[in-house]
Unconditional design. Structure first.
Length: 310
């Protein structure tokens, strides 16, 4: 039980005609606070807190794009993302981890993307809706699919000088760090301080459901489609209050592009190293079937959060 201690006392001195009050600090009163339940996640996963309108707990999501470790979907920094896997095989790979594991759903993806958008550390200006969100590894001229690094080195692996090898870590850290925003920063911070790698860029990531009602006649930036309404806006876009000022001059808020006028079907999110500034945490591609696979289409698993012992 956490307690807040308030130190106060009153020393009452009486005289024939007056009452003097003098404060001392040698007595205390204890006022209990409500217990706060903490939730934990498996190694390689981070806790996504519920929104203000939701009831705890939230859920756990893989910190990294899944890697193929002897056929087991593993959330770890080392190794390139598990690609060349179709949507249904990605579901199978996540569910094979245990009864509480699954491929990330569209609703869960949007909860994370919204949380990222509501967190100041992810915006170029340091203020929500001002400037743009960082978009990660969205330019293949800076290297192929990349493994992740430590959270203190969010531009890990980049070849900004096009030398054919990753730049020195010192040179990368000089322009890109947890406190120094860069459009290619590969990490995003959640509201609880947890860090996710490559939620935008590097590799597209499958979502669990199908979607066959694109709801728009042409492809467009997410920031332009927020007001579209219907199932598209609910599943794939943030609220209008999170759109940045002057989207056209701010890389459409860094939210990404929506390829939605195709046949619909399988859902991929986030963009890849081949999508340039169309990459972003809300980016969505509905053009592919569930049997499609490519080296730059991977996935991310989720699982239930566990209440920590009190």
């Amino acid at each position: 039980m956490e307690r807040i201690l308030f130190y106060s006392a009153l020393l009452i001195s009486l005289s024939a005609c007056s009452l003097d009050l003098k404060k001392v600090t040698d007595a205390l009163t204890e006022i209990p606070e409500e217990d706060v339940i903490q939730y934990s996640c498996p190694a390689g996963y981070v806790y996504v807190p519920p929104s203000a309108s939701e009831t705890p707990p939230g859920f756990c999501v893989a910190k990294y794009e899944m890697k193929d470790v002897a056929g087991i979907a593993t959330s770890q920094a080392g190794g390139t993302p598990w690609g060349n896997i179709d949507r249904d095989d990605a579901i199978t790979a996540c569910q094979a981890l245990g009864s509480d594991y699954d491929l990330i759903s569209t609703a869960q993806w949007n909860k994370i993307a919204t949380n990222i958008t509501e967190t100041t550390a992810n915006w170029s200006s340091g203020a929500v809706t001002s400037g743009a969100l960082n978009r990660g590894h969205f330019d293949n001229s800076y290297g192929s699919l990349l493994e992740a690094g430590g959270d203190d080195h969010p531009c890990y692996g980049y070849d900004f000088d096009s030398s054919g090898a990753a730049d020195s870590q010192a040179s990368l850290d000089a322009v890109c760090s947890p406190s120094l925003w860069h459009e290619n920063r590969r990490t995003h911070q959640l509201s609880n301080g947890e860090v996710l790698w490559d939620f935008a860029g590097n590799s597209w990531e499958w979502n669990k459901e199908d979607f066959t009602d694109p709801g728009a006649s042409s492809n467009d930036y997410i920031a332009d489609l927020v007001g579209l309404g219907g199932s598209f806006a609910t599943l794939f876009a943030p609220s209008s209050s999170l759109v940045c000022a002057s989207p056209n001059s701010n890389e459409y808020c860094g939210m990404g592009f929506a390829w939605i006028n195709g046949p619909g079907g399988a859902i991929a999110r986030g963009g890849s190293l081949y999508n340039g500034t169309d990459t972003g945490v809300f980016a969505v591609d509905l053009d592919n079937s569930t049997s499609y696979s490519n080296t730059h289409v991977g996935f991310r698993c989720v699982t239930s959060a566990t209440a920590a012992p009190q």
